[in-house]
Design a protein around this ligand. Structure first.
Ligand code: PHE
Length: 495
């Protein structure tokens, strides 16, 4: 017998309950009658020997007959029974029987014929059924009555069920066997126990366990008498769903790993930029439509951002603009503060910082455009920027990098289409094949930087390839999300 002081609160409750009993003939039934008792819990506890020798368990295998699915399919009708009923009533003419029973007729007749109980003969131009063995039909009728009852009970009880006193439908062992042979019923055995409880159990003192130390217990001093539940620091605590990265963050991390794997370094920039780094350093004329407020967010505070301290850079940018576009290039326009409209600002800053050194850089960062917001457009989104500075880089190299990158994400086919950017020549739009929609979707823009852009940044001796790709589009495709609002904000209804 286990030390009673080690019993849990639940076990104590059970012991107290058992103390009021002397004999349980079926533990299964007992637990059914007392819903607060879980059969498996009680069984496990008693089988563990915790209450030995006060309690004695005896196994009882109790079989139950239940309908098989084949039996259930019969819908309570034994084949042949309806016809047997009619024949015993003296209705033997085939035609009216066929009319009455419909498609059931042949099923019923076949069943009886198989048993050699009936036959079909001609009598004065009418087909009739003759009964060859009336006892078979009687037995069948008797079984039909039993089967109807079994069917309506759904689960039939023990063959020796003492509660069935009607006699008329009492099913004998031989009948059950017959039903079993037909494959309509089967025996299901469930484990059960008979429990003998010795009066000695009552001598056991199992005070309830106190699980909460209340102020009442403390003030009254009762805490010294009661049995307090000990702490169990080994116990499992419930799992808590901790915060986790959003889909967009997960996606960014995945792409970051691809670039790092391709030998790229990550670069960063500023959300608030000067028009200089966003446009002028990128050889975008000061009257270019993209610079208008409809497309770009200009800041009221601060209204301007200091221009780079490299006076040579400023001077060269001014010259290259004025030589190629005419007019006067002004620092006032270039120093306007904006929310960057692309991450090529980071690229331009990087090129300037490198002063002609080669390298491979990427960034995955937020950009802003003054666009109408809809299902697939937001005023802020992310760009995947990449730049490779080296020698002998060509459109082929560019396409190679992009193909490799998209392949890592599972996009097998890319298409490139010529386009125009002020700062690249040639410029290529990138389309990726999206199998579910059987379409090529625009995923980015790319090109080789023009010498007019590279020269002022002091990068003229190298060739450069660069791209800017949309992150949200890729994320929507990869994570099968239909609306941008499912990717950003606090609502995650698509999950
Ligand atoms: N900045 C371009 C855009 O926002 C993308 C781009 C980057 C194109 C680098 C060419 C080279 O669409």
């Amino acid at each position: 017998m286990q030390d009673p002081s080690l019993l849990t609160g639940k076990q104590r409750q059970l012991v107290q309950f058992l103390q009021t009993q002397s004999q349980i003939s079926s533990l299964q039934e007992f637990c059914q009658q007392h819903p607060e008792l879980d059969f498996n819990f009680v069984k496990g506890f008693l089988l563990s020997g915790a209450l030995d020798p006060h309690v004695e368990l005896q196994e009882r295998t109790q079989g139950q007959w239940v309908l098989t699915s084949k039996g259930q399919h019969l819908n309570g009708q034994i084949p042949g029974a309806i016809l047997a009923e009619k024949l015993m009533q003296g209705l033997v003419q085939v035609e009216p029987l066929q009319a009455e029973l419909g498609s059931d007729f042949s099923l019923n007749y076949g069943a009886l014929r198989k048993e050699n109980a009936v036959d079909m003969v001609m009598q004065d131009d009418t087909r009739i059924i003759t009964i060859l063995d009336p006892t078979i039909l009687q037995t069948l009728q008797q079984r039909q009555r039993q089967f109807s009852k079994i069917f309506s009970d759904a689960i039939a009880t023990d063959p020796t069920d003492p509660t069935d006193t009607t006699g008329a439908t009492a099913t004998t062992n031989a009948d059950w066997q017959w039903f079993e042979e037909q494959g309509w019923v089967e025996r299901q055995s469930g484990q059960d126990y008979q429990v003998a409880i010795a009066p000695t159990l009552q001598t056991l003192s199992v005070p309830p366990l106190v699980t909460t130390l209340t102020s009442d217990l403390l003030i009254s001093g009762k805490w010294q008498e009661v049995e307090l539940k000990p702490y169990n620091i080994q116990d499992h605590v419930p799992d808590v769903a901790y915060g986790r990265p959003t889909i967009l963050s997960q996606c960014i991390q995945r792409l970051r790993e691809i670039f790092l794997g391709m030998g790229f370094n990550e670069m960063s920039g500023y959300l608030v930029e000067s028009a200089f780094w966003n446009f002028d350093a990128l050889f975008t004329p000061q009257d270019h439509p993209a610079r208008e407020v409809q497309d770009t967010f200009y800041l009221a505070n601060p209204r301007t951002v200091p221009l780079p301290s490299d006076l040579n850079l400023r001077e060269q940018v001014k010259q290259v603009h004025e030589q190629n576009y005419g007019g006067t290039w002004t620092e006032a326009e270039a120093s306007k503060a904006i929310l960057r409209a692309h991450t090529t600002t980071s690229t331009a800053r990087k090129l300037h910082q490198l002063q002609g050194q080669s390298g491979k850089y990427f960034s995955i960062d937020k950009v802003f455009r003054n666009e109408t917001v809809d299902r697939t457009h937001l005023a802020e989104f992310h760009q995947i920027e990449g730049v490779v500075i080296g020698e002998l880089l060509s459109v082929r190299t560019l396409m190679g990098y992009l193909n490799y990158f998209y392949q890592q994400l599972g996009f097998q086919k890319l298409k490139f289409k010529p386009t125009y950017n002020p700062y690249t020549e040639p410029s290529l739009e990138i389309y990726a094949y999206h199998p579910p929609s059987h379409k090529y979707l625009e995923v980015g823009n790319s090109g080789l930087f023009r010498p007019e852009m590279l020269a002022p940044l002091n990068c003229d001796r190298k060739s450069t390839i660069a791209w800017g790709l949309g992150l949200e589009r890729i994320a929507m495709i990869l994570y099968d999300v239909e609306e941008l609002s499912d990717l950003v904000g606090s609502e995650i209804k698509f999950l």
